[in-house]
Design a protein around this ligand. Structure first.
Ligand SMILES: [Zn+2]
Ligand SMILES: [Zn+2]
Length: 162
């Protein structure tokens, strides 16, 4: 699986910084899982978030920014062990025919916003803390062309405009 733009080490480091002192010293681990679909287990809590990212076509090299990039999180706490599975939804090139779906390249600043909101969601959903749902917003790009539903994996799954 192409992992360009998605470095688990970076995500984990940022997550640990954001989680520091907030998750009761429990051990939380992140992983990417491109097969995540809807929840089929009540042990897991889920959560979807939007961010912005850049994409690059592996066929023609064309790049484009998007402010509609969905990331789905599934999280579970078992005893003192927590797991977060992450699925960033991909897009493909609208110029090339049958271009492969490419992973989003998400800037560290926006990963930080995602992780800050994720930690808050874990506190609410897994630790039952009463926190307001106020959230920080991600940095957006100047995007000239409209979102392309037929080239967005999340649109194709019907979850992009939720
Ligand atoms: Zn292309
Ligand atoms: Zn979409």
């Amino acid at each position: 699986m192409e992992q360009s733009g998605l470095d688990l080490g970076t995500w984990t480091t940022i997550f640990q910084n954001e989680a520091s002192g907030l998750l009761r010293g429990h051990d939380w681990r992140l992983e990417f899982d491109y097969s995540l679909e809807t929840l089929n287990s009540c042990d897991w809590k889920d959560y979807i978030r939007n961010t912005s990212a850049r994409f690059r076509c592996s066929g023609c090299g064309r790049g484009w920014p998007s402010n509609q990039v969905k990331v789905v999180f599934h999280m579970r706490l078992t005893g003192t062990m927590g797991v977060v599975k992450i699925r960033p939804y991909r897009q493909n090139c609208k110029v090339c025919t049958e271009a492969p779906m490419g992973n989003p390249s998400i800037e560290d600043d926006n990963i930080k916003v995602l992780m800050e909101n994720l930690v808050k969601k874990i506190r609410i959903k897994c630790y039952h803390e009463k926190l307001d749902d106020g959230r920080r917003y991600f940095k957006t790009y100047d995007v000239e062309s409209p979102h392309e539903p037929s080239h967005c994996e999340a649109c194709l799954r019907g979850i992009c405009n939720q």
